[in-house]
Ligand binder design. Sequence first.
Ligand code: ZN
Ligand code: ZN
Ligand code: ZN
Length: 268
Amino acid sequence: MEAACMEITILGSGTSTGVPMLGCSCDVCRSTDPHNCRTRCSALISYRGQQIVIDTGTDFRQQALRAGIGQIDAVLYTHAHADHVHGIDDLRAFNMSSGGAAIPIYGLPSTMDLIRRNFRYIFGDEVASKFRPRLVPWDLGGNFSLCGLPVEPLFLQHGPGSSCGYRIGSFAYVTDCNGISESTMSRLQQLELLVIDGLRFSSHPTHFSVDEAIAVSARLGARRTVLTHICHEVEHQRDTAKLPSGVEFAYDGQRFTLPLPPNHSLQE
Ligand SMILES: [Zn+2]
Ligand SMILES: [Zn+2]
Ligand SMILES: [Zn+2]
């Protein structure tokens, strides 16, 4: 049987401020290399004509335009920080273009609680429904199937809080974290593609540094590792030379195609 393919697009590779950062005139923020122009951290998974977006951050509208996204079938949220959620209202356009169909959105219960609270106009009864996105929130309790793909939520440490990574087949997306438990590490074996938080070279209280992300990748033996959520201290071309083979910096618009086993199945 022919293996089905999943396409991953890095919609945004930047940290919470984006790069260039407002008010900054450093060399990277003034760079004309598009690899140094990083919108807020997000990714798109395309599979058999269906589109799942991971996070709808502040730059979601521009990212969707740039990637030519014509529909959104589901959203996976990593956590409720503004740089990952605050483009949520732009999902409304996809409700309209799909004839009013609601979009399911998923996240850890703590994340969904915050999203419901921060966007009461979407989830409460106060506003007429045609003026707000039609979203169906789901609290994640474990592995599940989404658009025919096996999705494994992964609990991650993000400073004093937490975030949710996602493994889908041989792909894992692990942003906004500075610690991964042994039990989560054991679920990240045999990856073809690991997209992981690698904010900057110096350490940070809530994000992996480049070296910390490289150490995680080396332990996991991921075939290809892509660092994301990058700040303006990283100059793409100059700093790529500092990375070991198999590790690279993400850039906006970067795409990957990954095969899925024809009879991939969920391990509950
Ligand atoms: Zn973030
Ligand atoms: Zn700067
Ligand atoms: Zn965060």
